[in-house]
Ligand binder design. Structure first.
Ligand code: NAD
Ligand code: GLY
Length: 359
């Protein structure tokens, strides 16, 4: 088993990565102060595959286990679902000793984390991510929240889990399109943090897509280690943490323009990373050979590398001005400084954006 720690002083927590962790708690249960009740929050897709397994495992630890199954989808990451969780916890007379388990992808993880941050001013929660995207990104780092009709992820809290339990077996049932979306975030770590990891991905894409669990375990471990280090340095995104948003400004604009759910988040990030890398090429921070390698790796992982053909510069600009990363009226972009490092820039010109979109 691979284990690592997100080092945040008295809020530090372990991440466990292995096949079979949903059905076997021997290696992780002692690290979590489990008492009294466990409440599993999941959705009606993940329920079918994994709810019984986790329920039985938690029951075998002597816990009283309840589960709440929400409808599947980003459109249910709302205050209404949050309220459903509150009502459920109150109906089950859950006290402060209750632990919430987020069993699902990033939608369930973000929602459950926010519920845990709020219920009785904070109860313990454990992330059990079941998509590649949530295993390498959203389950680590404590960003929790819900969407508002006027903006995505606009209501939430920084609230860290007590543990992250990554059962690699969950990837066996994940649709290929969702695996690709997760690979968008995986490739991101190579570009912003480690050329060596980028090269590893270039050499191991075929094994990843064959679900070679030795390779996937290594990939997920590397991504979590990078994210843990970034979060350790800058938990509340005062600066450094923003690099995790490589490609996201362009990507969010595409997601918004197309209507949520038409392009997956990771697909927007794929095309967005090409555009951000084009900015780096224009500024001579990466070579044209490196730019071509970035596009090739994104393509190899079945992700789009271009913006939708009907989306204009004006469409991008209009939406990007509402991005959370806008400061003092300036759209800020994460741009690779070289392959393996990136920084935040607020001086990108309209001409550069136009060139990047054409990429
Ligand atoms: P998701 O949670 O919607 O899951 C994608 C789909 O896969 C859903 O239909 C889900 O039911 C299904 N699914 C989940 N696990 C499965 C499995 N093992 N087998 C079969 N189907 C499975 O989407 P996601 O990509 O995991 O997460 C996206 C969300 O994460 C967005 O809301 C985004 O804002 C958020 N996010 C948060 C952070 C953060 O730091 N908190 C970071 C990145 C993304
Ligand atoms: N996914 C971006 C972050 O966690 O900061």
């Amino acid at each position: 088993m691979k284990k690592l720690v997100v080092d945040l002083g008295d809020r530090s927590y372990p991440i466990f990565i292995k096949q079979g962790l949903l059905t076997d708690a021997t290696e992780w249960s002692s690290y979590i102060n489990l008492k009294d009740k466990a409440v599993i929050i999941t959705n009606d897709t993940v329920e079918k595959w994994y709810l019984e397994k986790l329920t039985n495992t938690l029951k075998s630890l002597g816990l009283t286990v309840y589960s709440l199954v929400l409808p599947d989808g980003e459109k249910y990451k709302t205050l209404e679902s949050f309220n459903k969780i509150m009502t459920f916890l109150l109906e089950k007379s859950c006290g402060r000793d209750t632990t919430l388990f987020a069993l699902g992808g990033g939608v369930i993880g973000d929602l459950t984390g926010f519920a845990a941050a709020s219920y009785q001013r904070g109860v313990n929660f454990v992330q059990v991510p079941t998509t590649l995207l949530s295993q390498v990104d959203s389950s680590v780092g404590g960003k929790t929240g819900v969407n508002h009709p006027l903006g995505k992820n606009m209501i939430g809290a920084f609230y860290q889990p007590k543990a992250v339990i990554i059962d690699l077996d969950c990837l066996k049932t994940l649709p290929a399109r969702e695996l690709a979306a997760g690979m968008g975030e995986v490739i991101k770590y190579g570009i912003i943090w480690s050329k060596e990891f980028f090269e590893y991905l270039e050499q191991h894409t075929a094994e990843i897509w064959k679900l070679d669990f030795d390779v996937l375990g290594q990939v997920i471990h590397t991504c979590c280690a990078i994210k843990a280090e970034v979060v350790h340095q800058d938990e509340r995104e005062g600066g450094k943490r923003a690099i995790l948003n490589l490609g996201h400004t362009f990507g969010h604009a595409i997601e918004t323009f197309m209507g949520y759910g038409v392009w997956l988040h990771g697909e927007g990030v794929g095309a967005g990373m090409v555009m951000a890398s084009k900015l780096a090429l224009l500024r001579n921070k990466i070579s044209s050979d490196e730019f071509a390698r970035i596009i090739k790796l994104i393509e190899l992982n079945k992700l789009p590398t271009k913006a939708p053909s009907n989306m204009t510069l004006a469409d991008f600009e209009k939406i990007m001005l509402h991005d959370k990363k806008v400061k003092a009226g300036k759209v800020r972009f994460i741009i690779p400084d070289f392959l393996g490092m990136a920084s935040l820039y607020d001086d990108v010109t309209e001409a550069e954006i136009a060139e990047a979109i054409k990429a």
